[in-house]
Design a protein around this ligand. Structure first.
Ligand code: NDP
Ligand code: 2IT
Length: 466
């Protein structure tokens, strides 16, 4: 018997109708948010058997697709020429059922409500999967850090925090980095938050520098965690990274440390990219070359094309608007790790990977594979991990940073890395076992969505209609 006030009796007995109605409502309320629709549809498609077993959760699904709060603000700042610039700032506090809102800030010209809502929505289930008490949130700005001076970046971050500070706190909402936001930006934002609050709340942001409350391994965590997860996937087929050729896209935080961990496990990374194009190093990107890339990207803030100029036997190919066999995903590899941005790998490119006998594809970025690409992988029996499972190591280690801040102590590199590795092994196990339980063995998308959702649904159900 469904309890009054905790279920939507209008949907009882008709699960598919419930899912369709909810999806149609999401689309009609915000018709101009395609990325958000894409992320919602992927989760809803997994929930049919869950709603068959728990019809009372239809009411939860209706609520989980609507953010708790969407904050939208003006960010004025003065550039080096003395001109006033105005950007848009956002914070989306999507779901706080299992803990304080938690998720990164993205600074990129493409940022808008649709992109941040898709990211915040994904974050709910990702954070749930980590097993740590964190709700889902995301934020950012259409500010473009590329080509800006350090001073300009600082003034922008300070102005951004002048509004954001009133909405966040270590027990309320804890932002971190994402595209365009790394240690430098977190430092400037932390400084401004501390000044405005007159309160050293170490746990209000994660991804901090080590000298003021940051955690060892947080910079490495997303990339390392991704490769730990991919290692678990390969093991299900009796394979490993030893000698495996690996294509990586992006050359930012996630890509760099994915590359490092692939090298640790004996793999051979052969590609990296940025928004201008990609490099193919058939000899493999070794540790020395990776250190060169890290210096290029993190200190000199240069372009990946410079790698081809500085190293023999490397080709640089400019990005093409359409998929082409000359593109990054046309390279013959055993494992592919898309680590740049959403929808960067489409159906035709997935087919190229399949034709080259790829074994596993694990998402380092959030939603880098289009729905058509995922379908191609599934149809061809390729191991495929969705970002909300395989890139959860970053936010999980943010959770570990929050724990250390609360305890007012710091764990060693080995201790944090061991916890990260265990969390990734557990997410892999949880997603695999959940998929198996529902007769969907090997479907990590289904397993991650359902396992992530069940914990949120239980918490929301217990807390009543709020
Ligand atoms: P960075 O800003 O450090 O690096 C982003 C990389 O992706 C750069 O090489 C960038 O190239 C490239 N890129 C960004 N946008 C585009 C685009 N529109 N087209 C082509 N290339 C692009 O970000 P991260 O490495 O932190 O993030 C990468 C992905 O991983 C994102 O999807 C993010 O959401 C996800 N992620 C990040 C986590 C983290 O802890 N940082 C955790 C979990 C997921 P260019 O410099 O030319 O723009
Ligand atoms: O997408 C993500 O999980 C992140 N950008 C990391 C979020 C965090 O709070 O560490």
């Amino acid at each position: 018997m469904v309890k009054f006030g905790t279920a939507n009796t209008k949907y009882l007995g008709d699960v598919m109708n419930a899912i369709n109605d909810i999806y149609e409502k999401v689309k009609s309320r915000d018709p101009d948010q395609p990325e958000f629709h894409q992320a919602v549809l992927e989760v809803l498609e997994s929930l049919e058997p869950v709603l068959e077993a728990h019809p009372e959760y239809a009411s939860i699904v209706e609520r989980v697709v609507e953010p708790d709060r969407l904050i939208h603000f003006r960010v004025p700042w003065v550039d080096d020429s003395g001109n006033v610039q105005v950007n848009r700032g956002f914070r989306i506090q999507f779901n706080g059922a299992i803990g304080p809102y938690k998720g990164g800030l993205r600074f990129h010209p493409s940022v808008n409500a649709s992109i941040l809502k898709f990211l915040a929505f994904e974050q709910i289930f990702k954070n749930s999967l980590t097993g740590l008490p964190m709700g889902g949130g995301k934020g950012g700005s259409d500010f473009n850090p590329k080509g800006k001076s350090d001073d300009e970046v600082m003034r922008f971050c300070q102005s951004f925090m002048m509004e954001l500070w009133r909405h966040i706190g270590q027990d309320c909402d804890v932002p971190a980095g994402d595209i365009g936001v790394g240690g430098r930006e977190i430092g400037y934002m932390f400084g401004m938050y501390k000044k405005l609050r007159n309160d050293f709340q170490a746990g209000v942001l994660t991804g901090k520098g080590l000298s003021y409350g940051g955690s060892l391994i947080r910079p490495e965590a997303t990339g390392y965690g991704l490769v730990y997860f991919a290692r678990e996937m390969l093991a299900t087929k009796g394979k490993s990274f030893e000698g495996a050729k690996v294509s990586i896209s992006g050359s930012g935080n996630v890509a760099q440390f994915a590359c490092e961990k692939v090298l640790d496990l004996g793999g051979v990374p052969v590609t990296m990219s940025d928004s201008s194009g990609w490099i193919h190093d058939t000899a493999g990107i070794d540790r020395e070359k990776l250190a060169w890339i890290m210096d290029l990207k993190n200190n000199r803030r240069g372009r990946i094309s410079e790698y081809a100029d500085a190293h023999d036997g490397v080709t640089f190919t400019a990005s093409a608007p359409e998929p082409t066999p000359n593109g990054l995903w046309g390279v013959d590899v055993d494992v592919a790790l898309p680590c740049a941005t959403q929808n960067e790998l489409n159906g035709a490119e997935a087919q190229m990977l399949v034709d080259n006998n790829v074994i596993a594809v694990a998402e380092g970025a959030n939603m880098p594979c289009t729905p058509e690409a995922v379908e191609v992988f599934h149809k061809n029996g390729i191991l495929f991990a969705p970002g909300k499972a395989s890139n959860a190591g970053g936010v999980a280690t943010s959770g570990l940073e929050m724990s250390q801040n609360s305890l007012r102590l710091s764990w060693s590199r080995e201790e944090v890395d061991q916890r990260l590795e265990n969390i990734m092994i557990n997410i892999h196990k949880n997603a695999s076992e959940t998929a198996k339980q529902y007769g969907r063995e090997g479907d990590y998308v289904f397993g991650a969505n359902v396992a992530g959702f069940l914990k949120i649904a239980e918490a929301m159900q217990a807390q009543g209609i709020v």
